[in-house]
Ligand binder design. Structure first.
Ligand SMILES: C[S@@+](CC[C@H](N)C(=O)[O-])C[C@H]1O[C@@H](n2cnc3c(N)ncnc32)[C@H](O)[C@@H]1O
Length: 220
């Protein structure tokens, strides 16, 4: 067992609801969820719930030529491990619900490892609103869902909440080799809100409705 797997399992036993999984994500899932990281320029990439760093490592590699890598993690032990391993990572020991208060620059990509299905609806909404508001117009939000949980009420609620905030929400192919099997949601074109909470440019009565591609996860 690698030290990351052991550390993850230990934190799952200590904090099952925030850790949300028994093992870190595998390499294939990490490769899929980090595809939106821009390869050139000085992009800003924000990672939510990095844990032991399954997505942190590929993001770091992709940003080798420059850019800003910000991570927000609530678990103090994970924060200490990440700080030792990635000294240049801009690490916030914070709850992702505080994302809007962290004074971050507009993000080109937000990549989430958060355990959405254990979150109450209000927490999902607060974090997703902050993600939408942080992204540039061309920015992308990627997050993953476990196949077994995607069609439970909290899993369906996440999908609906994504559709309410992004014009395009596309589920990727299932990664069957992941433990447990999972797929990535690729959410693009954030729907901006007016002060009244209605999507900018929408007809009256369209509040909360995105232009969506309603498809299930594609088989791997
Ligand atoms: C399912 S694990 C994913 C870890 C890693 N990204 C991976 O895929 O292996 C969820 C991570 O989100 C963190 N987390 C849970 N709730 C959080 C919150 N409200 N704010 C920030 N991090 C949170 C947990 O501590 C844990 O590191």
């Amino acid at each position: 067992m690698t030290s990351d797997v052991l550390s993850f399992l230990t934190e799952f036993v200590r904090h099952p609801l925030t850790t949300g999984a028994v093992a870190p994500s595998g390499r294939t899932l990490a490769g899929r969820i980090t595809t939106p990281v821009p390869r050139t320029g000085s992009p800003c990439v924000v990672e939510l719930g990095p844990g032991t760093g399954a997505f942190t490592a590929p993001i770091h590699r992709l940003l080798a030529d420059g850019g800003r890598h910000v991570a927000v993690e609530v678990n103090a032990r994970f924060v200490r491990r990440l700080a030792r391993r990635y000294p240049s990572l801009e690490l916030h020991h914070a709850d992702a619900t505080e994302l809007g208060a962290l004074d971050l620059p507009p993000a080109d990509a937000v990549i989430s490892g958060l355990p959405w299905t254990v979150f109450p609806a209000a927490r999902q909404d607060t974090i997703l609103d902050a993600v939408r508001d942080l992204l540039t117009d061309a920015g992308t939000f990627t997050t993953f869902a476990y196949v077994h949980a995607a069609w439970t009420p909290p899993g369906r609620r996440l999908r609906t909440a994504l559709h309410a905030r992004f014009e395009e929400v596309v589920p990727g192919r299932t990664v069957w080799s992941n433990l447990p099997p999972a797929f990535v949601y690729h959410a693009r074109r954030p729907i901006r809100r007016s002060l009244e909470g209605v999507p900018v440019g929408a007809a009256p009565g369209d509040a909360g409705r995105g232009l969506v591609r309603e498809t299930g996860p594609r088989p791997g």
